[in-house]
Design a protein around this ligand. Structure first.
Ligand code: NAD
Length: 333
């Protein structure tokens, strides 16, 4: 019987890469038209594996998939997958945490440089017919200023040498970072207040958890310098957006550049829109053709490995292998 891989949704022009990878493994794709739960439940009984981007892989979908060995996420976050339920049913769950570190760290650097060189202010004024340096005053030299990185994981680490290349001094706050990882670029601190009050730019690279939700709020914003900029390519809810708007409007800080918002896409007329000192991009930091191709390849390879009875790359529930109901111990037929 031909093996079948259910794709709940995808966000790129075609599934040519996946089709090629699966053809070589003797499997074919079934693609949900809507990604809605009812459609996934209808298609799931045939599925030997599930590949998912954003659509919800709920307990009902998993219960309807008795052959399924793996739920493979296109991307990093797993909040759209009922991970515990998949584990309870004996399936692998995998993600791809490393496909876009270069893109996101480049984007954070691009947002930092846009703030540092006043690109949005100059551009808006020039487009409006005002040819005048005053649009960007005051404008300190970047070299020698301090970048505070909050969260020194894959992306924070990829940003460090890029920022150092521009002559920025680095100050890093990240509970599990080791001083020797930071030493080539700057200093590790366990005092968030010190970072907030010292940095000229603060770039957020933490996961969204109960501990980081609202980490940047009215209190922490007041600890920042009035000349400082906040850059966020992590998750919107790490910032209390109402407090940020007030801080920028009241000149508590100089401005912000955000790739992520608490609600995406934002409702029309979102209060952070139309603010001259707030730059917004549409959760674009991960994106490049190369990143997407890598994502497609890696997520599809995880499926193929599971179908062959191998341990797939980037398993997030390795304990499933010890369970009596583990489904992927031998090659699928
Ligand atoms: P990671 O897990 O590799 O690193 C996160 C780091 O944050 C870890 O070192 C962790 O110890 C640290 N951390 C956790 N809690 C902290 C806290 N309270 N204070 C300070 N540090 C803390 O993650 P990553 O791959 O570097 O991703 C970072 C963020 O970027 C995540 O929020 C991710 O969702 C986001 N992201 C965004 C895009 C985009 O397109 N904008 C793309 C990929 C990832």
């Amino acid at each position: 019987m031909t093996l079948k891989v259910l794709v709940t949704d995808y966000n790129w022009p075609s599934l040519a890469i996946e089709t090629e990878v699966f053809r070589a493994a003797g499997a074919e794709l079934i693609v949900s038209e809507t990604g809605a739960e009812a459609d996934l439940v209808r298609l799931a009984p045939q599925a030997d594996a599930i590949l998912t981007c954003w659509k919800l892989v709920t307990p009902a979908v998993l219960d309807a998939a008795p052959r399924c060995r793996i739920v493979s996420r296109y991307g990093v976050g797993l909040d759209n997958i009922a991970v515990q339920h998949a584990t309870d049913l004996g399936m692998w769950v995998t993600n791809v945490p490393d496909y876009c570190m270069e893109e996101v760290s480049d984007h954070a650097m691009a947002l930092l440089l846009a703030c540092a060189r006043r690109v949005p202010l100059f551009s808006a004024a020039t487009q409006a017919g005002v040819w005048n340096l005053k649009a960007g005053w005051p404008l300190p030299r970047l070299r020698g200023q301090t970048l505070g990185i909050i969260g020194f994981g894959r992306i924070g680490k990829a940003l460090a040498p890029k920022a150092a290349g521009f002559g920025l001094k680095l100050l890093v706050y990240s509970p599990h970072a080791r001083p020797e990882e930071v030493a080539p670029y700057g200093e590790l601190t366990n005092d968030l207040g010190h970072l907030l009050s010292t940095a000229d730019y603060i770039s957020l690279h933490v996961p969204l958890t109960d501990a980081t939700r609202g980490l940047i709020n009215a209190t922490t914003l007041r600890q920042m310098k009035p000349s400082a900029f906040l850059i966020n390519t992590s998750r919107g809810a790490v910032i209390d957006e109402a407090a940020l708007l007030e801080a920028v409007q009241q000149k508590v800080i100089a401005g912000a550049a955000l790739d992520v918002l608490t609600q995406e896409p934002p409702a029309p007329g979102h209060p952070l829109m139309g603010q001259p000192n707030i730059t917004l991009t549409p959760h674009a930091a991960f994106y490049s053709e190369a990143a997407i191709e890598e994502l497609q390849h890696k997520a599809a390879e995880h499926v193929v490995q599971a179908l062959r009875g191998e341990v797939p790359g980037n398993v997030i529930n390795p304990q499933v292998r010890q369970q009596a109901n583990f489904r992927a111990g031998t090659p699928a037929q």
